[in-house]
Write a protein that binds this ligand. Structure first.
Ligand SMILES: Cc1cc2nc3c(=O)[nH]c(=O)nc-3n(C[C@H](O)[C@H](O)[C@H](O)COP(=O)(O)OP(=O)(O)OC[C@H]3O[C@@H](n4cnc5c(N)ncnc54)[C@H](O)[C@@H]3O)c2cc1C
Length: 361
């Protein structure tokens, strides 16, 4: 296969999810030459609950995406939380739902509008971290080599180099459904929890629904069977779940062994990821991208690559406590006795749960 050499960019950003596109936009706006790459052909869908909390919405405003968000997102003001056929309704403040196809395309377009080059349908492989060198493989088999002063690795759960995976991590499954599964309910989002994991349904603006689940790999039964059991309290029938084609994700609850490797920084899920239960993933991805872009701009402006070494400290300062809390919540949901207690006391513990939701959103 042919290898073509391309000019040297200031930065190459691997992955055009929320973290990668937001970082690419910020660097391009600051006047640096940026190449943004994604292995998927855009626009693309992605396994996700598609619910943005108020923090994520606020950051999208900061990124100048208020207009596209207003056109594509649907306000979400109620969440139904189901435990073993019991249900409690909680208020969401400032949350919206939006498909990943629309959100990620809007973010990638914003990076291009700011001046970044974008290549999708191109798988990236880092050849050297120290004198950053990336190989791009197009789906048609053509290969390129691209160089840069630094790399931002935003390849999600498969990025970040060597990863440590927590014991018994959950994996994700999801699907877009051409129907409003919550049509007969007042809630905009439903989250159902059981021993096998948890599954959510979010109502999108165009009348479709997105279903996303986090399942324990050891759970008895098939993926569809477990999702059907989780969604039964929402009135979703088994035949319906069987008819959907489910997309999966790698195990989550993993983190990069090192957030900085040579001149390569890991951001978003590529740096560290806990569990989707508390719905903070996209907000954290955007926040880490903005923080990384600031550090990178400083390093490029002063021509001091050593400044990049501060990234693990900056990241830890921003996320360590919040990730610990999210991990604690997700791990607690595995305790059968706690689930039983919650099911018994669900209406009584409503205030406590509302407080948790208010803190997260
Ligand atoms: C089941 C489930 C439900 C979730 N629900 C929610 C929710 O409701 N709200 C929320 O805020 N968060 C949710 N999350 C979390 C959220 O999806 C992630 O935190 C967020 O997508 C992280 O963004 P990112 O940019 O870091 O990575 P990603 O969004 O994963 O983007 C990574 C990109 O890198 C690309 N890529 C990968 N490998 C390569 C390669 N070799 N070369 C080039 N490109 C590559 C991929 O194609 C992808 O586009 C959920 C996650 C799961 C699994």
């Amino acid at each position: 296969m042919k290898t073509v050499s391309h000019p040297c960019y200031d930065a190459i950003v691997l992955g055009a999810g929320p973290a990668g596109s937001a970082a690419a936009r910020q660097l391009a706006l600051a006047g640096y030459s940026v190449l943004l790459i994604d292995r998927a052909a855009f626009p693309r869908d992605k396994v996700c609950g598609c619910t943005l909390n108020a923090h994520a919405v606020q950051m999208l405003h900061q990124l100048g995406l208020s207009d596209s968000l207003a056109q594509r997102a649907r306000p979400a003001s109620n969440l139904a939380l189901c435990f073993r056929h019991r249900r409690v309704s909680l208020a969401l403040h400032g949350s919206v739902t939006i498909s990943r196809r629309e959100l990620d395309s809007a973010l990638a377009n914003a990076a291009v509008a700011a001046g970044a080059d974008f290549r999708c349908g191109c798988r990236a492989r880092i050849i050297s971290h120290a004198s950053p060198d990336v190989e791009l493989a197009e789906s048609r088999g053509k290969r390129y080599r691209v160089r840069a002063r630094l790399i931002i690795d935003a390849r999600g759960l498969v990025g970040g180099g060597r990863r440590r995976i927590a014991p018994m991590p959950r994996f994700g499954a999801g699907a877009l459904v051409d129907a409003d599964l919550l049509a007969h309910r007042q809630e905009d989002v439903l989250l159902s929890v059981a021993e096998a994991g948890y599954a959510g349904i979010a109502r999108l603006r165009d009348g479709r629904s997105v279903v996303a689940a986090a399942l324990l790999p050891g759970a008895a039964g098939s993926v569809a069977g477990n999702i059907a059991a989780l969604l039964a309290p929402a009135g979703v029938h088994r035949e319906f779940v069987d008819a959907v084609s489910w997309q999966g994700t790698p195990a989550f609850a993993s983190y990069a062994e090192s957030l900085i490797n040579g001149n390569t920084l890991a951001v978003g899920d590529a740096a560290a990821y806990v569990e989707p239960f508390t719905g903070e993933g996209i907000a954290w991805a955007l926040e880490s991208a903005l923080a990384a872009a600031e550090l990178v701009c400083d390093s490029l402006r002063k021509n001091q690559p050593s400044l990049l070494q501060q990234w693990p400290t900056v990241h830890s300062h921003l996320f360590r406590k919040r990730m610990r809390r999210c991990r604690w919540v997700a791990q607690s949901l595995r305790k059968t006795w706690l689930l039983s207690a919650l099911a018994q006391t669900l209406p009584v513990s409503r205030l406590l749960m509302q407080k948790l939701v208010d803190e997260i959103s």
